[in-house]
Write a protein that binds this ligand. Structure first.
Ligand code: ADP
Length: 279
């Protein structure tokens, strides 16, 4: 037992004997059906974690899987804006109903609960973690084949709560070339290993630009080392996504679902195969 044990394992990372005697996993709402849960993680904000969650969900939905996104980035939620969601979540059947995007992706986010999307959430960690857990226990997720959790950046309180409390089938790491790749990925890998959660793949976002005249790929931040980093950590699926101003515009105008060039489709297929996801 930790020296200053508070007997609240949900806020502690110690792997002590008391922990082993209890399961910390939370049950979803009795009416929810969720087959697979993937957490999309990053070392810091602004690297494109929400973009990756949104695009993977769009790729999954296009393939015919019932798809959901839980936006666990409570203080910086961006998923509703990327999908142009304006409606607010409603209650029903003893729980909260997620909102649906145009093509039917189920979404729960702090921003579909707030009166105004620009209202700030000025809360302490425990309240934020509690809210994320309620997104799992109190939301009625209808017949979901795959749920993507857009995690808050880093390895703090909320990610730890999610890692411990939700039945994650795997994580996908998002990073950028200038993001001290080796160290950031190393931290995420160690955290996943501590929790026995498989790392399904790694996305190097904003990896290069494509010259609009000749189509040549230009490594604006220098040569990418992502393949080596992935190899070092035994991660087999690697995706490099370019900086694409059309992608920024699609996100800003709430049209990520309509974005034509889906860089993530093949990557998603490999993840779905690894998870033995069947329609
Ligand atoms: P995070 O969730 O890691 O904080 P976001 O997904 O919100 O980051 O992305 C940060 C900003 O960068 C957003 O404005 C988003 O539209 C933009 N962005 C992300 N990835 C790309 C990309 N590959 N090309 C162009 N813009 C991108």
């Amino acid at each position: 037992m930790a020296e200053n044990c508070s007997h609240d394992c949900s806020s502690c990372g110690e792997n002590c004997s008391s922990r082993k005697s209890q399961s910390l996993k939370k049950q979803p709402h009795a009416l929810s059906r969720i087959k697979k849960v993937i957490a999309v993680v990053s070392g810091k904000g602004g690297v494109g974690k929400s973009m990756t969650s949104a695009m993977l969900a769009s790729a999954s939905n296009k393939k015919g899987f019932n798809t959901a996104i839980m936006d666990a980035d409570i203080t910086g939620p961006s998923i509703p804006k990327m999908f142009g969601l304006k409606e607010r979540a409603m209650g029903g059947e003893g729980g909260i109903l997620p909102v649906e995007t145009e093509s039917g992706i189920q979404v729960m986010s702090m921003n579909v609960l707030l009166d105004r999307e620009d209202d700030p959430v000025v809360w302490r960690g425990a309240l934020i973690s509690g809210t994320v857990l309620q997104f799992w226990t109190d939301v009625i997720w209808h017949d979901v084949d795959i749920m993507f959790i857009d995690m808050p950046p880093g390895t703090g309180d909320v990610p730890l709560t999610i890692f411990q409390s939700l039945p994650l089938d795997g994580i996908i790491i998002v990073t950028t070339p200038q993001d001290l790749v080796g160290m950031i990925v190393g931290k995420a890998v160690k955290m996943a290993n501590m929790m026995n959660i498989p790392i399904l793949g790694i996305v190097e976002n904003m990896s290069y630009i494509t010259c609009p005249d000749c189509g040549k790929k230009i490594d604006v931040f220098g040569e990418s080392h992502i393949e080596c980093v992935a190899l070092e950590h035994g991660i087999s699926e690697v995706l490099r996504v370019p900086i694409d101003s059309q992608l920024t515009r699609a996100a800003d105008s709430g049209k990520v679902e309509e974005f034509g060039r889906n860089y993530y489709a093949d990557f998603f297929d490999k993840i779905a195969e690894r998870l033995c996801l069947k329609k």
